[in-house]
Design a binder for this molecule. Structure first.
Ligand SMILES: Nc1ncnc2c1ncn2[C@@H]1O[C@H](COP(=O)(O)OP(=O)(O)OP(=O)(O)O)[C@@H](O)[C@H]1O
Ligand SMILES: [Mg+2]
Length: 339
């Protein structure tokens, strides 16, 4: 130790030196572990984006309590498709009609997920982890899955075919695996497979091998999910349930049809959509619900938006006095039905 240092601090010299040594060792160990993690991540996912900036890593740690250094590149990529519960702005109350669907989901999914102690060790009462919602487009299937995530206070993982399809052989299966492993780390959460028939359609001899292997990994992940604690709910949505692979249908055992709304449901949807909007007295929602026979929830929402646009067009100078009246709805209806 240099003489000048001993002069300044004759008693604590050794203690300080050991402290510096320990600090140096910790730093070296951290650097080595960072390097090892980087190499592993690079080897695991050399063909996907393997770098992540510090702020994204901090976001993952801060928002989900997951150590970003422990994640594979595939797992990191999934985070771009996750919506946190507080960022979901759909509640059960926003869904018009669909009363049976809402009752079933509340009883079979929400209650057991929120009260796992009631069902623990009781295999027959365990909630189904896989639910298939099927029915015509625009009937609120995606909306329902998001509302479930909100209701259980969990995240929503939106799985589209763009997320899974990868041009490199073998990568897609790893992405499927990563979706489920991330879900397990951040549960409670909802994994939502949109247009699941595109991913796991009826198997046939013309399937290319990578398609078959994606299906196989999805099936084995669904098998695994039954062994785990509740908390990860898998929804699949499709317009064509007949095209779905039979083995997947068996694993996602709850199949619920989401129908086009009847008159009462249409009226309820219209009420929810126009809630708080400036409507003129001549707008009769009952009559509108009657006329809009055959329209989906999405069509009805579109109808109201179009009517509002007509109202704005007519009163572009004075936003205070804008009222949506019957004529605006009539014009919107003509536009939609003529398409
Ligand atoms: N029952 C409903 N109550 C209120 N709004 C609804 C309802 N159904 C649909 N909508 C409106 O339509 C939009 C589209 O619905 P959503 O995407 O959930 O339909 P979908 O069944 O998933 O359709 P697709 O099969 O085409 O994916 C919703 O964002 C919502 O604004
Ligand atoms: Mg949808």
């Amino acid at each position: 130790m240099p003489q000048f240092y001993r002069d300044i601090n004759p008693n604590k010299g050794n203690g300080f030196r050991s402290f510096l040594k320990a600090l140096l060792m910790t730093l070296i160990m951290t650097l080595i572990s960072l390097a090892i993690n980087y190499v592993i991540a690079y080897m695991e996912g050399s063909t996907t984006s393997n770098s992540m900036d510090i702020s994204s890593m901090w976001n993952i740690y801060n928002n989900y309590g997951v150590n970003p250094m422990s994640l594979s590149t595939y797992e990191k990529d999934i985070f771009a498709n996750i919506v946190k519960s507080e960022d979901i702005h759909i509640n059960f109350n926003d869904i018009g009609g669909n009363e049976t669907l809402k009752d079933n989901i509340e009883r079979l999914i929400i209650k057991p997920t929120l009260n796992p102690h009631i069902y623990s060790g009781r295999n027959l009462l365990k909630p189904p982890n896989g639910i298939i919602l099927y029915g015509p487009p625009g009937t609120g299937k995606t909306m329902m899955a998001r509302a479930v995530a909100k209701r259980i206070g969990g995240c929503f993982i939106n799985v589209t075919s763009a997320l899974i399809e990868n041009k490199f052989y073998g990568e897609s299966q790893k992405i499927v695996g990563a979706i489920f492993s991330i879900a397990d780390k951040i549960k409670p959460c909802v994994i939502f497979f949109d247009e699941i028939d595109g991913l796991c359609g009826t198997r046939n001899i013309l399937d290319q091998s990578h398609v078959t292997s994606v299906k196989t990994s999805l099936l084995s992940e669904m098998d695994g999910i039954h062994q785990r604690d509740p908390g990860v709910i898998v929804f699949g949505a499709t317009n064509r349930i007949d095209n779905l692979d039979a083995a997947l249908k068996r694993r996602m055992r709850l199949h619920i049809k989401v129908e086009l709304p009847d008159k009462d449901s249409r009226r309820e949807i219209l009420e929810k959509v126009v809630n708080g909007e400036p409507l003129a007295d001549d707008v009769d929602l009952d009559e509108l619900a009657d006329v809009a026979d055959g329209m989906s929830g999405s069509d009805l929402t579109e109808l109201c938006k179009l009517a509002a646009q007509y109202a704005i067009k007519e009163n572009s100078n004075d936003s205070e006095s804008i009222l949506i009246n019957k004529c605006h709805f009539d014009s919107a209806y003509c536009d939609l039905t003529e398409q």
